[in-house]
Design a binder for this molecule. Structure first.
Ligand code: MN
Length: 289
């Protein structure tokens, strides 16, 4: 199983120094994967990133949340086209990095909606995702639909809702992506949604209830990791944590990162790497009991 970290654990910007810092620190902390947020895909230096990833033997994945200007559920066709074009660019970047995953809130904007999703809006998103999944499949890349809490999307907020969305997209190259931070807000427990998702689960984010150090909040990680073991999950497991110590205007503001929960990225990352690997190792032995 591959364990990773989100780039914003290490850097708020993806300029040359930010990319370099994120990749070297990912390696130093013991991770296999760096998840790169596609905050500004057009300006992202894919050649530099590809070279450094290879040099440090780190695999890249990419993630993003769409915005009001790129929302695939929008009634405005121009907005949907902008979203699809942006995701096409992101697929091309993942391909250039030799990566295998593009995930996140790639079906709607990542924001608080003031009304429920519409049947028509979800149909628009499903149609676009089907086309994007074809494009991605041709490059050996899978798409993940990250299920987030009610304040960050109106399309689906639980694993069950995510499975319904996945049915609407109906494409074998698209998987469910669950995140413990969001599950802790919306799900009834942390193991059953993983078992319900089964083989549809393709990507996992590990985040604490306040998005700080793992084990210092209220997420039931024991239940979640047991669920992963019982489901036979074998996909990427990526650590997410955000602090105002590391600021990206786009992502920090969208996610409401107003507090300083840590100030030492390297210590945080090494701790998370050990925490996740320890949990996975422990639940792996359950099969021997
Ligand atoms: Mn997440």
């Amino acid at each position: 199983m591959q364990i990773g970290a989100h780039a914003q654990v290490f850097t708020g910007s993806l300029d040359e120094s930010g990319i370099t810092r994120a990749i070297t620190a990912t390696r130093r902390a013991g991770f296999d994967i760096l998840e790169i947020p596609m905050m500004d895909p057009k300006r992202f230096d894919r050649a530099l990133a590809a070279r450094l990833l290879a040099e440090h033997d780190i695999e890249a994945t990419a993630s993003l949340g769409l915005t009001a200007a790129t929302d695939l559920t929008s009634p405005d066709p121009a907005v949907r086209v902008a979203g699809e074009e942006m995701l096409e660019t992101c697929i091309d970047i993942v391909h250039a990095l030799g990566g295998r995953w593009l995930t996140g809130v790639i079906y709607s904007a990542m924001r608080k909606y003031m009304e429920p999703a519409t049947e028509e809006g979800v149909a628009h998103a499903a149609d676009a995702l089907r086309r994007l999944a074809d494009r991605a499949a041709g490059k050996g890349i899978r798409l993940g639909l990250e299920i987030v809490n009610r304040y960050e999307s109106n399309v689906a907020n639980t694993a069950r809702g995510g499975l319904a969305l996945l049915d609407r997209v109906d494409h074998e190259n698209v998987s469910l992506h669950l995140d413990t931070y969001h599950m802790n807000i919306e799900e009834s427990d942390m193991a059953q949604p993983v078992l319900d998702a089964g083989d549809a689960l393709g990507y996992v984010h590990i985040g604490e209830s306040h998005r700080g150090y793992l084990g210092s909040g209220t997420v039931d990680f024991d239940g979640f990791f047991r669920g992963l073991a019982r489901a036979g999950y074998d996909g990427p497991v990526v650590f997410e944590s955000f602090s105002s110590a590391i600021v990206s205007a786009e992502l920090s503001n969208t996610l409401g990162v107003w507090r300083n929960l840590w100030d030492d990225s390297d210590d945080l990352a090494a701790h998370a790497n050990a925490f996740i690997r320890g949990q996975l190792r422990a639940v792996d032995t359950i099969r021997l009991h």
